[in-house]
Design a protein around this ligand. Structure first.
Ligand code: 8YV
Length: 328
């Protein structure tokens, strides 16, 4: 019997391809070619599954043109590249890769917060440029992490990981804002208090964004929200591009309306707003919050487990539109 056909849309670990090949006829993209939408559609003909990263848009147009497709397995916890409504309408299951990246991503969120507040990138550039001639009492003074107030917008698993690090490791006071309040036991474990978004922005010394991207969370932070923040505050975005209005942030950083920002994600990435590239008080990283080898392998494994789980055993592990399963 011939094996079901799957497509791997981006270059990935060779062992990921090997695992898939045990169950499927695999077409891969180990050269990591940038496929246009038309090319992706062409490659998907006859394929029942696709291994995606966050970069491939799965929408109504693509789904209508790929009638054999049954599952899109994202190697990412975020799945804003999926039009889940259209996928459900076409009977195509989507899966994501939660949990396996939580602690790694929370580590990175904290690292970016510290690099931002303590001006690590900016001062390193200064040193490398040969500008360090003498010590000075006010050279690259930043803001404290320990004992300060950490405001977390988006209190899912990663947000909770950042809260724990702040409260337990650095004695920070943690406030959070989320669509729904955590239960009392989880709030106590994270030592976090629920507050309104406005209060969070006004009182936090450091604001970290960890909300999923949806039309409702678009520009959660724009000029009006930045205006509420303390002039000494830092802002960190490890969520998705589009959660912050990058143009407004660049203006605010330039005018020192807040002290600094750390950004791992950007509107329209991999393009970065040109004004962000010219302001010194921002730390910029290329969407690497989950990038450790064990975690990226675990994310890839979970995407493979979902493909096998659904196409071979009928049981995906982490579906994002389970309504499709009910229909089957
Ligand atoms: C991924 C991410 O690296 O999991 C997510 O949602 O943003 C990152 O961990 C990226 O989406 C590529 O798949």
């Amino acid at each position: 019997m011939s094996k079901p056909k799957v497509l791997v849309a981006r270059a990935i670990f060779p062992e990921t391809i090997e695992r898939l090949a045990q169950h499927f006829e695999v077409e891969s993209n180990q050269a990591d070619e940038a496929w246009s939408k038309a090319q992706l559609i062409e490659k998907l003909q006859g394929k029942v599954g696709v291994f995606t990263t966050g970069s491939e848009r799965i929408d109504a147009e693509l789904l209508a043109a790929c009638p054999d497709l049954k599952i899109c397995a994202n190697m990412a916890v975020g799945y804003n590249n999926f039009d889940t409504e259209a996928m459900t309408a076409h009977g195509v299951l989507g899966t994501n890769a939660p949990d396996v990246l939580t602690e790694t991503t929370a580590d990175f969120g904290f690292a970016l917060l510290m690099a931002t507040a303590r001006r690590i990138a900016e001062s390193e550039h200064f040193l490398r440029a040969g500008k360090w001639q003498k010590w000075a009492y006010d050279m690259f003074s930043g803001s404290d992490i320990h004992g300060s107030t950490l405001g977390i917008i988006g209190m899912g698993r990663i947000g909770q990981g950042i809260a724990r690090r702040g409260a337990h490791g650095f004695g920070m006071k943690v406030v959070y804002h989320n669509r729904s309040r955590l239960d009392a036991a989880l709030e106590a474990e994270c030592k976090a208090s629920y507050v309104g978004k406005e209060e969070l922005l006004k009182t936090a010394d450091h604001v970290v964004l960890v909300v999923p991207y949806t039309p409702a969370s678009h520009h959660t932070i724009g000029a009006a929200e930045i205006a509420l923040m303390k002039p000494t505050a830092t802002l960190v975005n490890i969520a998705r591009g589009g959660i912050v209005d990058d143009a407004a942030l660049a203006v605010a950083l330039k005018e020192k309306r807040i002290a600094a920002a750390g950004l791992d994600v950007f509107e329209g990435e991999p393009k970065v707003h040109p004004d962000l590239l010219t302001v010194p008080n921002v730390v910029l990283t290329p969407h690497i919050a989950s990038a450790t080898v064990p975690t990226r392998k675990a994310m890839a494994d979970l995407a493979v487990d979902n493909l096998i789980g659904y196409l071979v055993n009928g049981k995906p592990l982490t579906p994002v539109n389970p309504a499709v399963l009910a229909k089957n």
